[in-house]
Write a protein that binds this ligand. Structure first.
Ligand code: HEC
Length: 195
């Protein structure tokens, strides 16, 4: 959680520096996404959002093609740290939205069929350019459907719409830390949209 407080202080610090924009809308003159101020984050997202959604939908994946019609859970993308220096924005499907938007901290049990899809924007330090990153997906299975991951199925799409390959434990070993929140970590507090 120290990365989290770091992220917050970095954001506060960057408010005092001048935003420098390069020609292309996806170029930003910063060393890290932690240095982006709110206006820069919004501008980058506006620049990339259509390309991003088109990419995730490219192979016809049901989540990749539909998640933008779901409930958005934050006012804008934000950098949390554990998913790399990526800007993150999570969408909740109709089954998940009501419970997820409570951001409850105890005794959370997400309904079966809940899906959370988290889009990401990656940043290249070298090129000082942002581009779409993976779409991270969590799906709540029937009780007993995946006992080792609290019945969550972890999935992901690359920016070109092709599925990502990884072990379930890679994701769950970290998400399991939020045991009382049904393995959900939630967006940074300052950007949450609650119901
Ligand atoms: C090192 C810890 C860590 C690992 C590994 C990790 N996550 Fe996350 N994940 C987080 C944190 C922290 C958040 C909340 C941050 C945010 O979204 O702003 C999050 C949020 C999410 C969300 C949004 C739902 C929620 O928890 O609020 C999804 C979906 C997700 N992760 C999927 C994945 C998938 C799929 C993998 C494996 C490929 C994975 N995560 C690996 C830490 C991790």
């Amino acid at each position: 959680m120290t990365r989290l407080s770091l992220a917050i202080s970095a954001m506060a610090l960057s408010m005092t520096t001048t935003a420098v924009y390069a020609e292309s809308c996806a170029e930003v003159d910063v060393e890290s996404t932690f240095d982006l101020d709110e206006a820069q984050v919004v501008a980058l997202y506006d620049c990339l959002k259509d390309k991003m959604a088109a990419g995730y939908a490219k192979e016809g994946d049901a989540v990749g093609s539909n998640y933008r019609n779901w409930t958005v859970t934050s006012t804008r993308p934000a950098v949390a740290g554990p998913h790399g220096e990526r800007l993150l924005q999570t969408f909740a499907n109709d089954i998940a939205a009501e419970q997820y938007l409570k951001f409850a901290e105890e005794g959370v049990q997400m309904p079966v069929g809940s899906v959370l899809a988290k889009e990401s924007v990656s940043f290249s330090k070298k090129k000082k350019t942002a581009r779409p990153g993976p779409l991270f997906i969590m799906t709540k299975l029937d009780a007993g459907g995946a006992p080792e991951t609290d019945d969550w199925l972890y999935g992901g799409l690359q920016p070109n719409g092709k599925p990502m390959k990884f072990k379930q434990a890679f994701c769950h070993d970290c998400h399991a830390a939020w045991e009382d929140q049904d393995s959900l970590a939630y967006p940074l507090e300052e950007v949450r949209i609650s119901n």
